[in-house]
Design a protein around this ligand. Structure first.
Ligand SMILES: Nc1nc2c(c(=O)[nH]1)N[C@H]1C(S)=C(S)[C@@H](COP(=O)(O)O)O[C@H]1N2
Ligand SMILES: [Mo]
Length: 322
C-alpha cells in the first residue's frame, strides 16, 4: 500500500487580517491612481499608461457576488487566494508570488496570436478587452497538489477570442505561453521548468463555454500573484493547466508538449483532468483540502463539472490519457 502525503498549509503561511485589509485598500487605491493619472490632461505620462486598466475599471464591481451563486460553497478568503499561490516564475514557495510578483511588468501588455487562425498578430490587451463583455464566474480551482479554492473570477470565454480570430480546418490544439522575462521574473533564472511556461488544450476544450480568460477576481483587476493581467481558468482541470500572465496564443495542427509534460511526463499528462480515480504517482487524488477548511473533501470527477464536460472524453481511457 502506498502511503499518501498531502501538502500541509500552516496558519503562519497566511497574512494577518490587518495586512489583508491594507492590501485590499492598496489594490483599490492603486487602481484609482492609475486610472485618474491617465485621464489627467497635460501630464507627462507615456500615452498608453494603464490603457487596459482604464478599459477594465468601469466594468469591474468591487462588491462580491452573492454567496448563493457559489452553490452553497463559501468563497475562499481573498487573503488566502492571494497569499497561497503557485507561480513558479517567482519561486516555488507558496508565499513567493505574493512577495515578489510586484516585479511583474503588466503595463503595457499585448497578446500575440499565431498559427492556424485567419487573423494573427500582436493585439494590445485594451483592444482585446473592448471586444468582449466580461462576466463574473464562480469556479472551483483544484491544484494537482490536492488543495482547492472557490474564486469569483471576472473574464470572458476563450471561445469568443478564438471565434473572432477565426479557426481553420487545421486548428486542433491551442497552445499558451506565459511572459518570459528573467530580469524581472526571478524564478526564470533557475531551470525549475522549461521556460517560458507553456500549456495547451485540445481545441474542443479551448472552445468549451466554461473555459475562461480571466482578467480579474473578487471584483478587482487580477492581482499580479494570480496571473495578471490575463490568465486562463479551466475549472475541470488541475490548476497547472490554468496558465498565468499569457503573452502568446498559438493554434496548432499537432499536439504540443507542455512545460509540465517536459519536466515529468509520468506525473503530468497533457489532459490534466481532475480525476479522483487516477492518482498522481506520488499521492492520491481522491481527496482535497479546501483552503480555509480543516478537514478534507472528496474530490469530484472533473472537479464537479462532469455534466458540462464529460462528453468531451467519451470513449477515452482516462488512465491512459491523464
Ligand atoms: N505561468 C504560470 N502559470 C501557472 C503556474 C505557474 O507556475 N506559472 N502555476 C499553475 C498552478 S500549478 C496552479 S495550481 C495555478 C494556481 O493559481 P493561483 O495561484 O492563482 O491559485 O496556477 C497555474 N498557472
Ligand atoms: Mo497546481
Amino acid at each position: 500500500m502506498p502511503r499518501y502525503r498531502y501538502p500541509v498549509i500552516s496558519e503562519s503561511e497566511v497574512t494577518p487580517k490587518v495586512v489583508f485589509e491594507n492590501r485590499r485598500h492598496f489594490l483599490r487605491q492603486g487602481f484609482a491612481i492609475g486610472a485618474a493619472a491617465a485621464l489627467a490632461p497635460g501630464m507627462l505620462l507615456p500615452k498608453d499608461a494603464y490603457a487596459w486598466a482604464d478599459v477594465l475599471k468601469p466594468v469591474l464591481q468591487t462588491d462580491l457576488p452573492s454567496q448563493e451563486l457559489a452553490g452553497g460553497e463559501a468563497f475562499t478568503d481573498f487573503r488566502d487566494a492571494t497569499t497561497y499561490n503557485n507561480f513558479y516564475e517567482f519561486g516555488t514557495g507558496k508565499r513567493d508570488p505574493e512577495v515578489f510578483a510586484h516585479n511583474l511588468p503588466v503595463d503595457p501588455w499585448s497578446i500575440t496570436l499565431e498559427g492556424e487562425l485567419d487573423k494573427t498578430g500582436a493585439i494590445p490587451l485594451e483592444d482585446i478587452l473592448k471586444r468582449y463583455s466580461l462576466e463574473e464566474r464562480i469556479y472551483r480551482l483544484r491544484c494537482v497538489e490536492a488543495w482547492s479554492m472557490v474564486i469569483p473570477w471576472v473574464g470572458f470565454p476563450l471561445a469568443d477570442l478564438l471565434n473572432y480570430h477565426g479557426l481553420t480546418s487545421k486548428s486542433n490544439y491551442v497552445e499558451f505561453e506565459s511572459l518570459y522575462d528573467p530580469d524581472n521574473l526571478r524564478g526564470q533564472r533557475r531551470s525549475i521548468i522549461d521556460w517560458p511556461y507553456r500549456e495547451a488544450l485540445r481545441v474542443d476544450e479551448a472552445m468549451h463555454p466554461l473555459t475562461l480568460l480571466a482578467v480579474g477576481m473578487y471584483g478587482e483587476k487580477m492581482p499580479n500573484q494570480n496571473g495578471a493581467p490575463i490568465r486562463l481558468v479551466v475549472p475541470w482541470k488541475y490548476g497547472f493547466k490554468s496558465i498565468k500572465s499569457i503573452t502568446k496564443i498559438r493554434v496548432l495542427e499537432e499536439q504540443p508538449t507542455t512545460s509540465w509534460q517536459a519536466r515529468n511526463p509520468e506525473e503530468y499528462g497533457f489532459y490534466g483532468n481532475v480525476n479522483p480515480e487516477v492518482d498522481h504517482p506520488r499521492w492520491s487524488q481522491a481527496r482535497e483540502r479546501r483552503i480555509g477548511e480543516s478537514g478534507r473533501r472528496e474530490t469530484l470527477m472533473f472537479n464537479g463539472y462532469s455534466e458540462e464536460v464529460a462528453h468531451l472524453y467519451e470513449g477515452m481511457d482516462l488512465h491512459q490519457y491523464y
